[in-house]
Design a protein around this ligand. Structure first.
Ligand code: NI
Length: 259
């Protein structure tokens, strides 16, 4: 059994066909899927998707989406989490400086990130963190605003030297498609280095399709390719990687597979 801990069945690309995509993933041994929101519309869709068996969700404002997110709507959705047992995290939230050089916008990202960590702590939920070109600021914020229920560094792209800084704050490290890319030295080093007790796997569908499907529309049924590459790097059986990452995901998000 495999747990795809980050898959956007709520994206425009996948939402319409989500039933078939879930069925096809199940046939490939991908039995649990977590769908994170990134703005108000995608978060609203999460509430619908979690009606499906073995589909769990998270809601949140992703840093790049702040400008076009209806914040009032999001606050309303956060208040609905208390009554929905299948919304199991706040995310994806974080910092993204890849396109952003403006200090004012960066500060706005930090403010919204911190606010959402506080919401997660009030709700007693873990967080799903998106961090691109902003690892140092992300770490500083997590140190100052500890996620009380922990969380995950989704599609971690930082150096292996920093993983235990995050793990010591209750975070897991998640690897996706990039670990399979031939020239991806850093994620492969992270895969080799990390203690299997802190690793999760994901697709980030519809983005970041793993090798040899790179460039195509990604789906949760592709996550076994990520597991296979990590197993090769760690010189372990694929079943050992699948089981460990499945159990880690269940522990972090407090979920279990329903037969
Ligand atoms: Ni994502």
């Amino acid at each position: 059994m495999i747990f795809d801990t980050h898959c956007h069945l709520n994206s425009d690309e996948l939402y319409e066909n989500h039933k078939e995509i879930i069925k096809s993933a199940n046939e490939k041994g991908v039995n649990l899927i977590l769908v994170p929101g990134y703005d108000d519309i995608s978060s609203m869709r999460v509430f619908n998707l979690v009606k499906e068996k073995n589909i769990y969700g998270a809601i949140g404002i992703q840093p790049e989406e702040i400008k076009h997110t209806n914040i009032d709507k999001m606050l309303e959705l956060f208040s609905l989490c208390k009554d929905n047992k299948k919304i199991v995290a706040i995310g994806e939230i974080g910092l993204d400086y890849y396109w952003e050089k403006d200090e004012g916008t960066k500060n706005k990202q930090k403010e919204i990130f911190i606010k959402q960590i506080e919401i997660a702590n009030e709700l007693g939920l873990p967080i799903i963190v998106h961090s691109r070109d902003a690892l140092k600021d992300t770490l500083d914020i997590l140190k100052e605003h500890r996620p009380l229920k922990g969380g995950v560094m989704h599609c971690y792209s930082g150096p292996k030297e920093m993983i235990y800084d995050f793990i010591s704050l209750g975070m897991y490290i998640s690897l996706g498609g990039p670990v399979t890319f031939k020239n991806a030295k850093t994620p492969k080093e992270v895969a080799k280095e990390i203690d299997l007790n802190y690793l999760l796997v994901e697709t980030d569908s519809p983005y970041l399709a793993p090798h040899p499907l790179r460039g195509t529309q990604n789906v949760p049924g592709n996550v076994p390719l990520v597991v296979k590459e990590i197993a090769r790097i760690k010189e372990k059986d694929t079943s050992e990687i699948a089981t460990a990452t499945f159990n880690n995901g269940c522990r972090l998000f407090g979920v279990k597979y329903e037969d």
